[in-house]
Write a protein of this length. Structure first.
Length: 342
């Protein structure tokens, strides 16, 4: 028989290995089931679950930019929270100019105001990210200790600039009229704004998955994460790719800042620094550089925080820390670690 007719044998991983790889996908529904059993009341569980998913989606929006920046650029950006705060205040500026749209009962005008606020916030934080990367991050590539120090300094400077421009006082950020209040499903009260937050988070996750898997820029980003030196050797300017990714990550932080500010209904210059604890926990749980892991980690953090806050309020303060410890003991590199070849 001719050798050309002999088909090469394809080695497939064993079923047990495939199941182990898919295990993180079942963690969110498993936690939801445990929450249902522990809470008992179906309506209360549904309310808490919706709140947890909405919280998780907003944390994912803020954390997604940070995990991509670390995955591609190997940059530990402790100043990421500055862009969350800056985005919230930039969005507040636009919402203040569109007071008539916000106060209108029209859902179309309300969503239009939020869309314009988000677009402006992402533009401002993206441009701020350009300056941040050029002036602060670029000189310390590959030096993690210096990155921590200089980005923390950048966070402090940005907070002071917010004080100068918008003042030091806490600002109330009212929700649009049509997004206030709740509606009832199966005797469970679901806040309207939380439904919007879930929808935006899901849309962002789907868009990032599409861009990273189906576009040329996504291919270059994934290749840069795996082997940046090879991408540069093939003629692609990896430094320019770094800059684009950093600006995109900062813009996502701005989007998250607007969503989080409307969710909390107040904004302060240090709000970004406060939420960064949850953001870093999500990034670590998911696996540094992994969008899928970041998404699952955010859902776990949001749900667990709301469940424990209802069942054992005192435990909710440390529940996410315990979750991170359990996950890292099981998978030290996170749920979906990105393996680099350089």
């Amino acid at each position: 028989m001719s050798n050309s007719l002999i088909k090469p044998r394809i080695e497939r991983p064993p079923l047990s290995q495939i199941l182990i790889g898919k295990t993180p996908l079942f963690l969110v529904p498993l936690l939801m089931l445990i929450g249902l059993l522990a809470i008992g009341s179906g309506s209360t569980w549904l309310t808490l679950t919706a709140a947890g998913l909405a919280m998780g989606m907003m944390i994912f929006i803020m954390a997604s930019g940070l995990t991509v920046i670390f995955g591609l650029m190997d940059v530990i950006n402790f100043g990421h929270g500055a862009f969350i705060s800056l985005g919230a205040f930039a969005g507040f500026t636009i919402l203040g100019l569109l007071g008539g749209w916000i106060e209108s009962p029209s859902i179309a005008l309300n969503l239009g105001a939020i869309l314009l606020a988000v677009a402006f916030a992402m533009l401002v934080t993206g441009l701020a990210g350009y300056g941040f990367e050029r002036l602060i991050v670029k000189p310390v590539y590959g030096e993690h200790l210096k990155q921590i120090l200089v980005t923390m300094g950048g966070l402090v400077v940005t907070q002071q600039l917010i004080y100068v421009i918008w003042g030091p006082d806490e600002i109330v950020l009212a929700r649009p009229t049509a997004l206030q209040g709740s509606f009832v499903i199966f005797e469970a009260a679901i806040e309207k704004y939380r439904v919007l937050a879930i929808a935006i988070g899901l849309a962002l996750f789907a868009a990032m998955r599409l861009v990273l898997s189906k576009t040329r820029i996504g291919l270059l980003v994934r290749a840069g994460v795996q082997n940046g030196e090879m991408v540069e050797a093939l003629g692609y300017p990896i430094q320019k790719l770094f800059l684009v990714v950093f600006m995109a990550g900062c813009a996502l932080a701005g989007l998250g800042g607007v969503m989080w500010g409307i969710y909390q209904e107040t904004i302060t210059a240090h709000m970004g620094a406060e939420v960064m604890i949850s953001v870093f926990i999500v990034v670590i749980i998911g696996g540094l550089g992994s969008i899928e892991g970041c998404f699952i980690g955010a859902m776990l953090v949001g749900l667990l925080t709301n469940y424990t806050g209802f069942l054992v309020p005192k435990l909710s303060l440390i529940s996410t820390i315990l979750l991170m410890g359990i996950v890292l003991m099981w998978r030290p590199q996170g749920l979906y670690p990105v393996v680099k070849t350089h």
